[in-house]
Design a protein around this ligand. Sequence first.
Ligand SMILES: Cc1cc2nc3c(=O)[nH]c(=O)nc-3n(C[C@H](O)[C@H](O)[C@H](O)COP(=O)(O)O)c2cc1C
Length: 270
Amino acid sequence: MANLGIRILGLNLEHPVLNASGILGSEPEHVDILVKHGFSCIVTKTITLEPRKGYPPPILIELDNGGYLNAVGLANPGVRGICPMVERARLLGRPIIVSVGGGDLREYVEVSIKAEECGASGVELNLSCPNVRGFGLELGVDPSMVYRVVRDVASVLKIPVLAKLGFSDKVIESSGRALEAGAAGLTLINTIKAMYIDVYSAKPVLSNKYGGLSGPPIKPIAIRVVYDVYREYRALIIGCGGVSSWRDAAEFILAGARAVQVGSGFLRNK
Ligand SMILES: Cc1cc2nc3c(=O)[nH]c(=O)nc-3n(C[C@H](O)[C@H](O)[C@H](O)COP(=O)(O)O)c2cc1C
């Protein structure tokens, strides 16, 4: 059998397929499910300092074009949820990367420190959540904020820092600033801000009105972003957006990614 092993972020991974953040919840049993499905490295749902309830339903819509629209609202147990998930992954012999969210610089730093203390293999800074005000998208589209968050976190951690960015006109500049600030690599891309209106009720379907579009409809955009960012910086990139087959993964790798993350493709097939 072909050897698909890769070495990234100081980790020897069996193959280049990780799960995307947020695809399951934040309990240790969710780690079990992801390991059972064969992901070579686990990525947690985005964790904030304090627990968050998230939005009331509906929070996830399956679209008829193969995509999903979600506005979960960063529901998570707060930092106290990190250690149990990390311990579970370590017990199962899988590295785990903690996805970190924050409403300000201090929160990103504190959650990241907790992830390192719990024994995580790395952190992925969610700089691109499109559906929670103050958490992400506004940060990710401002290259100088991206620089400050990554610098503040990378300067206090020993474990590697990934910056997860979304699609914006500034994504190439933000990627460069993240790398300059000490990011070991980039995860590209997050969901894209979108909306679905039900024509019978004449109202947006998601309780939050706006959501993040994911799945096959965003793949060509993600491929383009990975291609452009790799061409510019030759950096470590984990491609994300619409991967649901080996061909999709191969396409990301041809565009310049070293590994891929699978989100909606897992939801559809689990
Ligand atoms: C239900 C759902 C929840 C998500 N939650 C998070 C999250 O907590 N943090 C994050 O960085 N990305 C989150 N994402 C975005 C995914 O990690 C991924 O970037 C995006 O869905 C594109 O990949 P895909 O097309 O394979 O789904 C979420 C996506 C979905 C569908």
